[in-house]
Design a protein around this ligand. Structure first.
Ligand code: ATP
Length: 209
């Protein structure tokens, strides 16, 4: 099974945000404790799976009571690093980049996009959803100066490797890659590919005649 850099199975990491959604629902219902069985039922998982996933965090369930709802929310957020603020730069302020700049859901996941970058001189110097857009020429310098560790890549595939190289040269340690190009980066740089066309292909093939 594919594991992430910390040895946590990727499916477990992907389930953690879904647990948070359920836990926030339970907190809104004033629940103080929750069992693995209740979480499992709401997400159509097995209680064993839920307990296995929770075992990767530091939270320990209590016999008969289960997990404290608030404690579990805090622990999952801490485990994911969502309790801290992580600053990112986004490169390629087209339709997708603009949508990501306007998405408010990143704030409670510890992500703030400090600035955008583009080669289009009509965009450079403007603000999009309140975020200032800089020339690509300043990317490496500003990554270095602001100690930004995360880059979001929303340029066309043909520009993606060059932009990734500039990010890495500045000290970026993680790239969220929406470009559909397989990036060549040093082994200590983490890349998360978000290929929207691949997702659509999976959906389309099931709908195809
Ligand atoms: P638009 O029509 O506004 O260009 P789009 O989403 O159709 O948007 P794409 O061709 O996907 O455009 O490009 C996304 C964005 O990436 C655009 O804003 C484009 O100017 C920018 N871009 C293209 N090449 C680079 C590059 N090498 N460095 C930075 N930004 C780039």
């Amino acid at each position: 099974m594919r594991k992430n850099e910390r040895g946590v199975p990727v499916p477990t990491v992907k389930r953690l945000p879904r647990y948070l959604t359920v836990l926030h629902e339970l907190a809104a219902e004033n629940a103080l404790w929750v069992s693995a069985t209740t979480i499992a039922r709401r997400l159509e998982l097995t209680p064993i799976q839920v307990r296995k996933d929770m075992a990767y965090t530091d939270i320990v369930g209590m016999p008969k009571r289960g997990y404290p709802v608030d404690g579990l929310i805090k622990e999952i957020r801490r485990f994911l690093g969502w309790h801290k603020n992580r600053e990112a730069f986004l490169v390629g302020v087209g339709a997708l980049g603009t949508a990501l700049l306007g998405y408010t859901g990143f704030a409670d996941k510890g992500l703030s996009i400090l600035a955008g970058f583009d080669i289009d001189s009509d965009k450079v110097g403007t603000k999009i959803h309140g975020t200032e857009i800089f020339s690509l020429r300043r990317l490496t310098e500003l990554v270095q100066r602001c100690s930004v560790s995360l880059g979001i890549l929303t340029v066309p595939p043909k520009a993606a490797q060059d932009v990734a190289d500039k990010m890495v040269a500045g000290g970026i340690r993680g790239i969220w890659n929406f470009s559909s190009l397989k990036l060549d980066v040093p082994t200590d740089v983490v890349v998360q590919d978000e290929d929207i066309s691949a997702g659509l292909a999976l959906l389309s093939i099931d709908l195809a005649e």
